[in-house]
Structure formats: structure tokens, C-alpha cells
Design a protein around this ligand. Sequence first.
Ligand code: ATP
Length: 247
Amino acid sequence: MEPPEAVLAVHDLRKAYRELVAVDGLTFHVNAGEVFGLVGPNGAGKTTTLRSIAGILPPTSGRISVDGHDLETDAVEAKRRLAFMPDEPRLFDYLTVRDHLAFAARLYDVKDAEEKGRVLLEELALTGKEDALPAELSRGMKQKLVIACGLLHTPRLLVFDEPLTGIDPGGIRRMKQTIVKRAQEGAAVIVSSHLLPLVEEICHRVLILAKGKSVLTGTLDEVRRFAGESASLEDVFLKVTEGTGPE
Ligand code: ATP
């Protein structure tokens, strides 16, 4: 049973692509105010898990609920409460930065969208790019725009897949602050990344995934203890995932 404050509850999630089982009986929860790290070798099933949570990919079996709303039987309410920020920014070619924010605001019925958009662009250092089309933005700026659109409706659950890809050092520092701030304000945050120092810096609990299964989960201290005194997350990761990556 997940605790009552769990915003995200994943129970016995399984996803098979034909005969390949990408996620195999995964159960975990993320509480309000918590940053949860999902790590694992290439092909472990992280993106499959995140896409299932975002409601993009139908699970083969298992249950996912967001803020008490079942993603299968109450999909609209569940999806209203989450934002998925994929590692590959997907934008509309003919919409400007301002148009993207206006579109997201209409989709989620956001009040005071203009002011909220202005504050978000400031927070993510995109001010001045309001009239730019995606083709006129750098890769990192596109990534930031996707994140600004995701944050506009103040979701209860934030799902980040490799949030720092293509972002410069100043942007990395701001992005970490952005993620931590949302959790401090009460959101549940799940972050998947190969950057283990990032995970160590901002996550409260982690789950190490290998071949679709959880091999170790707990608070950072609990997980690090697995590889002995003064072990890093990288030490533990390498220890528990040895030989489980792609051949
Ligand atoms: P990475 O760290 O490389 O991004 P990941 O942990 O995110 O990996 P997934 O992308 O979830 O891993 O892939 C898990 C497994 O599912 C892999 O074996 C992959 O080849 C397979 N897979 C992913 N998407 C599909 C798909 N659309 N069709 C078939 N197989 C897929």
C-alpha cells in the first residue's frame, strides 16, 4: 500500500513490446514534496516507465494513479494533474514561444497565463525569445520551452526524462533550482537521468532499474549504504547493475 500522501502510485506495472518485456512488475510511489530518481542502464525500461506514467503508452498490465485518479479509468483527470517533459523537445514549427505558452494555457485552462508565462520565461532565462519560432531557438532553449509549457498549469506530478540534456552550466543550475522549488511547493517530482551526481544532489529517494525490474530502492543514504561506508550512488549503481546492460 502506498502512503496516503502519494501523488504517484505505480502498482505492478508491466509493459511488453511483442515478446520483449521492457518493464516487468514495477511498483513504487512518489509523495508530495519529494524528488524521486529513476536510474538504470541503457534499455532498462526508464523511458517506457515514464511514458506509461504520462499516459502516452498503454501498459500491458498494472495500475497507475496520479493524485488519486486512475490513469486508465479516469484518464483526463489524471493527465490534467501531470506534466511530462521528454528528453527530445517536440514543438510546433509555426508557433512562437508565446504561442506555445498560450496553447498550453488554453489546453489546461490556466488563469493569469500571461503573467505566469512571463515569470516562467524569466525563471528559465528565455526572456526576449517570446516571438521566436522553434527553428530560431537553440536545442537547450527548446528543452526549456517544453519545461515552461509543462510547468504553466502547476501540475501535482512532474515527470522529467533527462532534464539537463543540451542545457548550459548556468541553465543546469537554474533547472536544478526549478525542480527542487516545485517539490518544495508540494509537487511530486520524478527525474530519470544518467547523470548520477545530479540525482544525488536533488533526489530524496531513488529506484535503480535493470532489465525492467527494480533492483534497489530507498533513500539515497539507504541505497548508498548498499556498497559500504562512503560509497557514492555511482558505486552502488555499478555494483547492482553489472552485466544487466545491453550486450
Ligand atoms: P536509455 O537509458 O537507453 O534511454 P531506457 O531505460 O529509457 O534506456 P527504454 O527506452 O524504456 O529504456 O527501452 C526498454 C526496452 O524496450 C529496450 O530493450 C528497448 O529496445 C525496448 N523498446 C523501447 N521502445 C520500444 C518500442 N517502441 N518498440 C519495441 N521495443 C521498444
